[in-house]
Write a protein that binds this ligand. Structure first.
Ligand SMILES: *Cc1c(COP(=O)(O)O)cnc(C)c1O
Length: 460
């Protein structure tokens, strides 16, 4: 057999199955389905698989490819930096221009009381760093007993031990003895799923007060911080009622506990502001970022440190015994700088806020008219639809029918990446989507919901 007669897709699938352990994947189920789809290239807002299918990337990769694929400036920034200085560390009293310039630019773009950045390789590492910073802060203030961190059920903060502990994903906790000690969870502000007959406003206040109850239960002198995503992403695009964050802010202020905003998804324009905290008027003490900071072209994350924390931990705290080999990697920082400069030059955040998000919101809301949809919600450029058997009672399909994954598979077969979280379908398209892409996304979503309804009927 000559080379040209071998089907590369089949051969790749065979080797993928034999050797590649995928993240968050049931490998037996994957092989029963015939193996993974192989993505070979991408351009703009489309990805292409090895069979030549073109698929609209409704998830911007994993919430990260904000500028879309094929941005030459980002590739050039990486190549140029790698020719000049591909690697050096910032331990031991050294530094380098890309990390200096990026930390200065991030300080400029972030809220006024943020002037320091600690770089990591990912969002998970950013949140691990937050746990270290939080504990160090209270320790230096002579309150080492103030060490319990409160987070939320169904939050996602990454996959390292601290990230998975802060996160409230039962499936992750079940596979390890997690969370690690000193991390506790309260219920989330998920109105569609938990709100019952309460108005969103009443429910938002009620869910925020769970934080106050937990602080009082533990004793305010034991509580170090509250960690949360402004909008929960991986949990299913849970957009809290408008009353939620003001009440959380009041409670954090009143009890003096640190507020950590995990903005790994919500920063850099996703909600139409440079930081999602600004949308809600949240005044965090620490911010985690990653994903969109490089538009996903290279891995980079970090912790933004407010002056309140910096004065204790950086200015007078001595050595912070923490760091990663790739903290502030020069090539990743160069790509991040170029990403953010493109966003400034092309006014991408303003365009999302003033044009794309309002258009997306209106078109996305129309999906609520579909017989299968119990709710269609969006904020900025994230959206979710709830698949239900009965619209009025919000009754779900039987779990074994896998309505969400069924819909997801139908979507990708019909040229759309839409992700399933249980029976909640979510999207987070690149920030550069045009109106025609939004039309295509919503049109395909409707058609795939039709196909999903047919498929669910066929199985009962
Ligand atoms: C993706 C994500 C993380 C983890 O980031 P990684 O780069 O995958 O480690 C943390 N927090 C939030 C909110 C995320 O969406």
């Amino acid at each position: 057999m000559t080379e040209s007669t071998i089907d590369p897709t089949r051969e790749w699938r065979r080797r993928d199955h034999r050797h590649f352990m995928h993240p968050f994947t049931d490998h037996r189920e994957l092989s029963e389905k015939g193996g993974a789809r192989i993505i070979t290239r991408a351009e703009g807002v489309y990805i292409y698989d090895s069979d030549g299918n073109r698929i609209l990337d409704g998830m911007a990769g994993l919430w990260c490819v904000n500028l879309g694929y094929g941005r030459r400036e980002l590739v050039d920034a990486a190549a140029q930096q790698m020719r000049e200085l591909p690697y050096y560390n910032s331990f031991f009293q050294c530094t380098h221009p890309p990390a200096i310039e990026l930390s200065a630019l991030l300080s400029e773009l972030s809220p006024g009381n943020f002037n320091h950045v600690f770089f990591t390789g990912s969002g998970s590492e950013a949140n691990d760093t937050q746990v270290r910073l939080i504990r160090r802060y209270w320790d230096l203030l002579g309150q080492p007993q103030k060490m319990t961190i409160i987070a939320r059920r169904n939050a996602y903060h990454g996959s390292t031990l601290a990230g998975a502990s802060l996160g409230g994903m039962p499936a992750m906790h079940k596979q390890m003895v997690l969370p690690v000690p000193g991390i506790v969870h309260i219920e989330q502000p998920y109105h569609f799923g938990l709100g019952g007959d309460l108005s969103p406003e009443e429910f938002g206040v009620q869910q925020a007060r769970l934080l106050e109850d937990k602080i009082n239960e533990l004793g305010a002198d034991k509580v170090a911080a509250f960690v949360a995503e402004p909008v929960q992403g991986a949990g299913g695009v849970i957009i809290p009622p408008e009353t939620y964050w003001p009440e959380i802010q009041r409670i954090c202020d009143e009890y003096g506990i640190l507020l950590v905003a995990d903005e790994v998804i919500t920063a850099f324009g996703r909600l139409g502001e440079w930081f999602g905290s600004s949308h809600y008027g949240i005044r965090p003490d620490l911010i985690s970022f990653a994903k969109g900071v490089t538009s996903g072209y290279l891995p980079l994350g970090g912790a933004l440190v407010s002056d309140r924390v910096a004065e204790v931990v950086i200015a007078s705290g001595g050595e912070f015994a923490h760091g990663y080999t790739y903290s502030g990697h020069p090539a990743a920082c160069a790509v991040a700088l170029e990403t953010l400069r493109i966003q400034q030059r092309e006014k991408i955040v303003e365009r999302v806020r003033e044009h794309t998000a309002p258009y997306f919101s209106e078109r996305w809301a129309s999906l609520a008219d579909h017989p299968l949809v119990g709710e269609a919600r969006s904020l900025g450029l994230v959206g979710a639809i709830e698949i239900v058997r009965d619209k009025a009672s919000r009754e779900r399909f039987h779990k074994d029918l896998g309505a969400g994954t069924r819909c997801r598979d139908i979507c990708v077969d019909n040229g759309l990446v839409m992700r399933a979280v249980g029976d909640t379908m979510i999207v987070s398209p690149p920030l550069i989507v045009e109106d025609t892409h939004v039309d295509e996304l919503v049109g395909k979503a409707w058609k795939c919901l039709d196909l999903t309804a047919g498929s669910l009927e066929a199985v009962g």
